[in-house]
Ligand binder design. Structure first.
Ligand SMILES: [Zn+2]
Length: 344
């Protein structure tokens, strides 16, 4: 397996001065190892699993240029370099014709992104980091949040380096975080919108703590985390015709208001309009829970041509990009809104 280029303790002359130039210099997926001030532990970092989500890469690149030593050994992976470099740069989630890299961490590993995922997992098993953070951006505007598939104080503490919102999901899609164990917690961090400067700053500050703090697996006293449990996904069929507009667009299966993402992490009341549906109404949509069941009726309903929330819901990861709405999902919804105060 030789998919990953390996950079060990890269010197300043091995790191081009901008993130874009650095990616061109790498030319493909890369693993970077940086020896720590102490070498008895290792921490893991993955970023740019999606080529259009550069905040983590920018933060890592800026940190590499400082030539600091992390407190402990660091192993990093930058997988979707080719997707990111496809013109226009940082606009392609996947490399053309390939599967979503963050849906490939489940066997069988029999295509290019699957084999790369397998290689990353093998190296993580070899280096045995005490934890792994996978840094992403959302496609639309969104505040920062974390996602975990296992919930305990170590997972919460890792997310809290970046955000105080935490989604706990039992959805299984083949994402890296699904490989998490209590022995090696793996968390997803969504730093915020891909083009938002605030997201770059959250990535930078969180990474600084992750690489230099002695303790990252224990929540600091007084830290509050907002928890969102077991969201469902509103998915559209692959051939769904959709549009973003303020009124129903003739011929579409679903028209979505272009500012729907203003509801991100908001509690919306029952009866909130999510969009307008076509003649076929329900057939282009499904609401998938972790068991893979369609639970549309529990969350939404259709009146006339309006798609409405059936009950008060917390919505998040609402995308305003039609290709992502169709190929992945339009939004996530959680039925309960929980504000838990932990360790106060
Ligand atoms: Zn992503």
């Amino acid at each position: 397996m030789l998919r990953l280029r390996k950079l060990i303790n890269p010197g300043i002359d091995e790191i081009a001065p901008t993130p874009e130039m650095f990616l061109r210099q790498m030319g493909g997926p890369v693993m970077i190892f940086v020896e720590g001030q102490r070498t008895d532990r290792c921490r893991g970092l993955v970023t740019l699993l999606h080529g259009n989500e550069p905040s983590g890469l920018k933060a890592l690149h800026a940190w590499l240029l400082t030539q600091q030593k992390p407190l402990y050994n660091l192993i990093c992976f930058i997988p979707s370099v080719l997707a990111a470099l496809s013109e226009p740069i940082f606009t392609h989630r996947t490399f053309v014709g390939q599967r979503d890299m963050n849906r490939c961490f489940l066997p069988p590993y029999n295509d290019e992104p699957g084999l790369l995922a397998e290689e990353i997992l093998a190296l993580l098993a070899e280096f045995e980091p005490e934890c792994v953070i996978d840094m992403h951006n959302t496609s639309g505007h969104s505040p920062d949040f974390g996602v975990v598939t296992l919930q305990d104080s170590a997972h919460e503490a890792l997310v809290a380096l970046f955000s105080n919102r935490l989604i706990v999901t039992n959805l299984r899609l083949g994402a890296l975080m699904e490989t998490s164990t209590q022995h090696c917690p793996v968390v997803t961090v969504e730093c915020g919108g891909a083009m938002d400067q605030a997201a770059d700053e959250i990535a930078r500050a969180g990474l600084q703590r992750y690489l230099h703090d002695e303790e990252v697996l224990q929540l600091p006293p007084g830290c509050e985390i907002d928890l969102y449990h077991h969201p469902v996904r509103l998915e559209l069929s692959r051939d769904a015709a959709i549009a973003y507009a303020q009124h129903y667009v003739l011929g579409t299966d679903l028209t979505i208001p272009p500012d729907l993402d203003r509801y991100n992490f908001e509690l919306v009341e029952a009866g909130t309009v999510i969009g307008w549906v076509g003649q076929d109404r329900r057939s282009a949509m499904r609401v998938r829970n972790a068991a893979g069941e369609d639970v549309f009726e529990q969350y939404f309903h259709i009146t006339g041509n309006q798609l409405l929330t059936r009950r008060a819901l917390k919505l998040f990861m609402i995308t305003t990009r039609p290709e992502i709405a169709v190929s992945d999902c339009l939004l996530y919804a959680a039925m309960e809104s929980e504000h838990e105060m932990l360790y106060t």
